[in-house]
Design a protein around this ligand. Structure first.
Ligand code: GLC
Ligand code: CA
Length: 554
C-alpha cells in the first residue's frame, strides 16, 4: 500500500496555532508544545504554512528567504527540534513551497532592481506596449492590474498575486536550479512532505499576450499549460522523487480532471496528489466569490462525483478536504454549527474521510471551530478581503452590504487563533493576538472538547478506521442515490467488503431507499454514525446532518 494513501494530514497555520512568547503571534515552539495533542488525535503528518522570512504582506506567501525561519516564528534550531519531537510522536512534517513568486524583498528581486541582469532574468520583466500601456491586460488574483513598475526603469514586472509577490520565470534554468535546491535543503532537515503553492500557474508562455478580458479565458493563458507538467517532473527528479516515501501535494487553481490525472498518476512521476477547488465554489453566485448564494447541493454532488470517478479511472489521487487557510470554515458555510455543532462538523468530516483520497484536517476543525462573524472590516487583516471590501464599496454597496460576502468568504474566517481553553484569547497567547479570537471560544475550545465533547473523539475514530480498514484507502468508489435531494451517498468496494456512506446535508428528517442496491442486510453493521439508527434495512431515516456508514462483509 503506498504510504501517502493511508495518511491523515493535519494543517497547522503557524501564525494562529499557539504563541509561546506572548508577542501575539503563533510560533514553532508553540507547535512543539502541542505535538502531544496532535499525536492524541492520531494524525500522521503536519502541513505547516510558510514560516520563512517574509514581510507578511500575504501572511508568509511572500517569501523573502526560502531557507530561513522568520524570527517571528522562532529559529532554525526550533525547527530542527520540531522535527525531532514530531518524529518521537510518529508525526512527519510537510512544508509549503511557494515557487510561483517571491517577495519583492527577496534578495533576487532586490539584486534585479539594483540592475543585476542575471537576476532580472529570474522574473517576468517586460516593457510597456508601444502605446505606453501595460505589457498585457492581465488582472491580479487579488484585484487590480497584474503589472507594477519595475523601479524607475520604465519596465514592469508581473505579479499574478499581490504587488509584493513577483512571479518567477521558470523558463530560466537558474530559477529551477535554485528552487530544486530549496526542496533538497528541507529534505536534508528531515522534512517528509511538500505542499506546492499555486503550482499549476508556474508555466507562463515566454511571449505574454493580452486576454480577451474574460476572466476564465485569461486564466487559461497561464494555467495547466503543458510545460507545467515538465517543470513538475523536473522538480520531482531533482529532489523529492529520488528520496524515499515523500508525500507531495500541488495546490491547483481552476484545474481539470484531465490535468489532475497527469499530475498524480504515478507513472508520470509528478506529485502524490493535488488540491482542487471546484467543490468550494458552489456558493459563489455566478462564479463570483464576493456574491453570496446558498450552497448548490446538486452541483456539489456532481462535482464530487466527477472528480472521484475521473481520478479513479485515470489512476490519479485526490487530496480530500473542506477547510484550509484560504477557505471559510465549512461547518458555518454548508451546515448549521450554532444549532447542530456536533452533527454539522462530523457529517462534513465523514463525507470527506470515506472518499477515495487522502484527507486533510485544518486546525480547529476537530473541535468544531466556526467562522468568527466579525462585523467590522477593522477586524479583518487579509489583503484579499481588504481589497475585495474596497472594490465592493467602490461598486456602490454600503458598508452592511459589502460586509455580507466578507463575513461569509474572507480567508480570515479560518485564520483566527486556535481555541485552546476558556482563558483570555482562548489560551492562544498571553499577549495581544495578531487577529481577534472568535467570540465563541468559551464554549468551543480544546480543553472543553477533550473533557465533554464528542467531535474530537469522532475525528479520532475516523482516523483509527482508516488505519484499520484497507477498504477506506483502496476501495473503489461509486455514487449511489444520485437523485437524492439532500443526501450525498456513495459506495466503496474492496475485496469481499462493501461500505455504504450516507451523509445528510440538511436540517430535519429525510428518508433514503436503498432497495436498488440489493444489500444483504443480514451481513451489514453500523461502522460509524453521528446519530442513532434503529434498524438497518432498505429504507433508512436520517436526522439533521446525520451521517451513517455501513459495513457489509460478503
Ligand atoms: C495560495 C495560498 C494563499 C496565497 C496564494 C499566493 O493560494 O494558499 O494563501 O495567498 O497562494 O501565494
Ligand atoms: Ca510568538
Amino acid at each position: 500500500m503506498s504510504s501517502f494513501k493511508n495518511k491523515v494530514i493535519y494543517q497547522v497555520y503557524p501564525k494562529s496555532f499557539k504563541d509561546s512568547n506572548g508577542d501575539g503571534i503563533g510560533d514553532l515552539p508553540g507547535i512543539i508544545e502541542k505535538i502531544p495533542y496532535l499525536a492524541q488525535l492520531g494524525i500522521d503528518m503536519i502541513w505547516l504554512n510558510p514560516f520563512y522570512k517574509s514581510p507578511q504582506n500575504d501572511n508568509g506567501y511572500d517569501v523573502a528567504d526560502y531557507k530561513s525561519v522568520d524570527p517571528m516564528f522562532g529559529t532554525m534550531e526550533d525547527f530542527e527540534e520540531l522535527v525531532r519531537v514530531a518524529k518521537k510522536h510518529g508525526i512527519e512534517l510537510m512544508l509549503d513551497m511557494v515557487f510561483n513568486h517571491t517577495s519583492t524583498e527577496h534578495e533576487w528581486f532586490q539584486k534585479a532592481l539594483a540592475g543585476d541582469t542575471y537576476y532580472q532574468d529570474f522574473y517576468y520583466i517586460r516593457p510597456p506596449k508601444a502605446d505606453g500601456s501595460l505589457p498585457t491586460n492581465w488582472q491580479s488574483k487579488f484585484g487590480g492590474d497584474a503589472w507594477a513598475p519595475f523601479g524607475d526603469t520604465g519596465n514592469y514586472y508581473l505579479h499574478l498575486y499581490d504587488v509584493t509577490q513577483a512571479d518567477l520565470d521558470w523558463h530560466n534554468p537558474n530559477v529551477q536550479r535554485e528552487l530544486f535546491d530549496v526542496v533538497n535543503f528541507w529534505l536534508d532537515k528531515g522534512v517528509k512532505g511538500f505542499r506546492f503553492d499555486v503550482l499549476n500557474v508556474i508555466g507562463k508562455d515566454e511571449v505574454l499576450v493580452d486576454s480577451t478580458g474574460n476572466a476564465s479565458q485569461e486564466k487559461s493563458l497561464y494555467t495547466d499549460t503543458p510545460i507545467v507538467h515538465e517543470y513538475i517532473h523536473a522538480i520531482n527528479q531533482a529532489s523529492f522523487g529520488v528520496a524515499k516515501d515523500i508525500v507531495t501535494v500541488g495546490e491547483m487553481s481552476s484545474t481539470t480532471i484531465q490535468n489532475g490525472i497527469l499530475y498524480t498518476n504515478p507513472e508520470r512521476e509528478e506529485l502524490s496528489m493535488i488540491f482542487s477547488f471546484h467543490h468550494l465554489k458552489v456558493d459563489y453566485k455566478d462564479g463570483d466569490k464576493w456574491a453570496n448564494q446558498d450552497m448548490d447541493f446538486a452541483q456539489l454532488k456532481e462535482i464530487m462525483d466527477e472528480w472521484q470517478v475521473g481520478m479513479q479511472e485515470g489512476n490519479g489521487w485526490n487530496a480530500v478536504f473542506w477547510n484550509n487557510h484560504d477557505q471559510p470554515r465549512i461547518n458555518s458555510r454548508f451546515a448549521n454549527p450554532e444549532k447542530y455543532p456536533f452533527e454539522s462538523t462530523t457529517m462534513l468530516a465523514t463525507t470527506i474521510h470515506f472518499l477515495r483520497g487522502t484527507p486533510y484536517i485544518y486546525q480547529g476543525e476537530e473541535i468544531g471551530m466556526t467562522n468568527p462573524n466579525f462585523d467590522s472590516i477593522e477586524d479583518y487583516v487579509d489583503i484579499e478581503s481588504l481589497n475585495a471590501y474596497q472594490e465592493l464599496r467602490a461598486k456602490g454597496l454600503n458598508n452592511g452590504e459589502a460586509m455580507e460576502p466578507i463575513k461569509a468568504k474572507s480567508r480570515d474566517n479560518s485564520r483566527t487563533p486556535m481555541q485552546w481553553n476558556a482563558e483570555p484569547h482562548a489560551g492562544f497567547t498571553t499577549g495581544h493576538p495578531w487577529i481577534k479570537v472568535a467570540a465563541n471560544y468559551p464554549l468551543i475550545n480544546v480543553e472543553q472538547e477533550l473533557q465533554n465533547g464528542r467531535t474530537f473523539k469522532y475525528y479520532q475514530e475516523l482516523i483509527r478506521l482508516r488505519k484499520k480498514l484497507p477498504i477506506i484507502v483502496e476501495g473503489s468508489y461509486r455514487m449511489i442515490a444520485k437523485e437524492h435531494p439532500s443526501i450525498f451517498a456513495y459506495e466503496r468496494v474492496w475485496d469481499n467488503q462493501q461500505l455504504i456512506v450516507l451523509n445528510h446535508f440538511y436540517e430535519g428528517e429525510t428518508v433514503i431507499d436503498l432497495s436498488e442496491e440489493n444489500i444483504d442486510w443480514a451481513k451489514a453493521k453500523v461502522l460509524l454514525t453521528n446519530g442513532e439508527i434503529s434498524k438497518l434495512q432498505d429504507t433508512l431515516t436520517l436526522k439533521s446532518y446525520q451521517s451513517l456508514v455501513i459495513l457489509i462483509e460478503k
